[in-house]
Write a protein that binds this ligand. Structure first.
Ligand SMILES: [Fe+2]
Length: 578
């Protein structure tokens, strides 16, 4: 049975094809259109999923949509009426897209893909919950979903038992931990719904000296539920997140995107991160108490906050966490499809999402065709030679574009569309940030470590295959400075051989040479660009940046050789910084 799951029209549109409960394909629209966080109908992602599954639209049993647009529209309407006349401008801005697309989603789906069957829609947070629990290894688990907002919910507390999910408590708009974090993202001069991870990256450079002021904005109860003091926020009535009263509380107007980053900005980031950690932990602790369960499934945009996740794992009541790799709205596509299959149809759960490699892949022949068609000089290597050579190149301080297998689903590159470098060299942080990714120097990199050696280097006993947990680097292993934050922490990816044998063997080969089973793994893109999808995307990125080598499948390309330039891109024009 084939089910197509869709998420679209807010941010991060995506499609997923589920066959008998297993993910055959899942991908975000941004990777095909090259527009970061593309929210339009994911027509390219749908076509890819159908092709990958070799299925025709007529053969789909169901199409699922990840939220209920009418309920969401009611929320927007009520908010507008409650705040009239102050809400007039945002209401006016929102209304055309509702009239043309969002309120008529089943017909938009039918028209865009020529589908004539049933379209099922479930609540936004139920999609989040399903995307984590139903793909987890657990037969029973507590569930916590936290994001900006869905229809009305901004967080839900739930329990999964066998095939069923009960959401027993919710926090409702406008009180939202995700929107609180986004308000600070805006205030610190970054793009909302896109650059929240920068606030998290900035936090270790500051002291939480604004902690009391942030706590003034949010009243947290013992069950982790909370109220925001809406006097400080503008998102109900204006087109910005914060207002003059907020500026007054924090002593200055919002930072502009090109203004210098000062110590106070770092201190504010540290303060909001600490409050977020505390609220997430309060919520998780309450759910733990209420359900008495030892497993927790997390989803929703805030579940991408790996610092908070790490704190829940260390200090919360749970033995095991499962966090879906596309925890944000893109993952709703797999959530709704799984919910239809497992919960509505009560089909047996046999599939666990062990890896995120569900996107397009390219055969050796396809890669060779691309290279030869563009007269690009290449060296073809056997698997063994390739691993040896690339490990040597990394050891000799080269930066490698690593393009292998099927593309990852979710915002992290996990070893198939990655840029790799030596984590032991402190200079690699600036080098890769400034010369290759053209982004701020403060941004730390994440380490990929052999799963069976993780505990030797990091204070972490749980697998973190999706790079969604932060843990301390062990004091006696601070030999990997370019992936160690100023506070001694790291955003760890554990690599196991079953999920990605080639990437595992590469790190193992690097370990044999150097004695260190850890490398830098950062996403294969430049600032503001979606992660590369095709060999052409990868090649374009390679020739236009300071990368030394590109590996496409078994082909090795060297920047020292004369390389033809394919159609180039003006990064600053094409990809705006977030
Ligand atoms: Fe969401």
């Amino acid at each position: 049975m084939d089910i197509l799951g869709l998420s679209a029209f807010y941010h991060d549109a995506a499609a997923c094809l589920l066959r008998d409960g297993e993910i055959v394909a899942a991908a975000s629209e941004e990777r095909f259109t090259r527009k970061k966080h593309d929210a339009d109908f994911p027509i390219n992602a749908v076509q890819y999923c159908l092709n990958e599954g070799k299925v025709r639209v007529d053969d789909l049993a169901y199409v699922g949509f990840y939220e209920k647009p009418f309920v969401k529209f009611k929320r927007i309407l009520y908010t507008h009426l409650a705040c009239y006349p102050f809400s007039f401008r945002p209401f006016l801005k929102a209304i055309p897209s509702w009239m043309h697309e969002k309120l008529v989603i089943p017909s938009v789906i039918r028209q865009k893909i020529g589908y004539e069957g049933e379209v099922l829609m479930i609540e936004h947070h139920l999609s989040h919950a399903a995307s984590s629990y139903l793909l987890s290894p657990f037969k029973e688990a507590a569930i916590l979903t936290v994001d900006g907002v869905g229809e009305w919910s901004t967080a839900t507390y739930g329990r999964g038992t066998a095939n069923d999910i009960t959401l027993f408590k919710e926090i409702r708009f406008p009180h939202s931990l995700g929107l609180l974090y986004s308000a600070f993202t805006y205030y610190l001069g970054f793009k909302v719904n896109s650059a929240e991870y920068k606030v998290m990256g900035l936090a270790p450079f500051g002291q939480p000296t604004y902690y009391d002021k942030v706590r003034q904005l949010i009243d947290v109860r013992t069950d982790g539920s909370f109220h925001l003091d809406m006097d400080y926020f503008n998102y109900l009535t204006g087109l910005t997140m914060t207002n003059g009263k907020f500026d007054q509380l924090f002593g200055a107007p919002a930072r502009g995107p090109d203004d210098p980053l000062e110590q106070r900005h770092k201190d504010i980031a540290a303060s909001v991160q600490r409050v977020t950690d505390e609220v997430m932990l309060e919520m998780a602790s309450y759910i733990g108490k209420e359900t008495g369960l030892r497993n927790l499934c997390l989803a929703g945009g805030v579940a991408l906050n790996c610092v908070a996740n790490g704190k829940i794992l260390r200090e919360g009541p749970f033995d095991h966490l499962f966090i879906q790799p596309a925890a944000g709205d893109a993952g709703g596509a797999i959530g709704v499809a799984s919910y239809i299959h497992h919960t509505l149809l009560q089909k047996e759960r046999t599939f666990v999402m062990h890896h995120a490699f569900t996107g397009p892949g390219y055969t050796q022949d396809e890669i060779r065709d691309f290279l030869t068609a563009n007269s690009i000089p290449l060296t073809e290597l056997s698997r063994e030679d390739l691993l040896r050579r690339v490990a040597q190149l990394i050891d000799e301080q080269n930066v490698i574009g690593w393009f292998q297998g099927r593309m990852e689903f979710g915002p992290r590159a996990l070893g198939n569309r990655s840029i790799l470098a030596d984590a032991r060299n402190p200079e690699n942080k600036d080098r890769v940030n400034l010369k290759i990714k053209f982004r701020e120097g403060f941004r730390p990199f994440a380490p990929s470590v052999l799963a069976d050696r993780c505990n030797e280097y990091f204070e972490l006993n749980e697998p973190s295959p999706f790079m969604l947990l932060v843990a301390q680097v062990r004091p006696d292993k601070r030999v990997i400075p370019s992936v160690t934050h100023v506070d001694g922490s790291a955003r760890v990816q554990t690599v196991d051989r079953e999920s990605n044998p080639l990437f595992y063997d590469l790190i193992a080969e690097f370990d044999r040479r150097t004695g260190v089973p850890v490398i830098i793994n950062t996403s294969f893109n430049v600032r503001g660009e979606p992660i590369v999808c095709t060999p052409a995307d990868a090649y374009r990125c390679f020739v236009q940046t300071g990368m030394d080598h590109l590996v496409l499948g078994n082909y090795l390309l060297d920047k020292q050789q004369p390389l033809p330039r394919v159609e180039t891109i003006d990064w600053n024009q094409t990809f705006a910084p977030d």
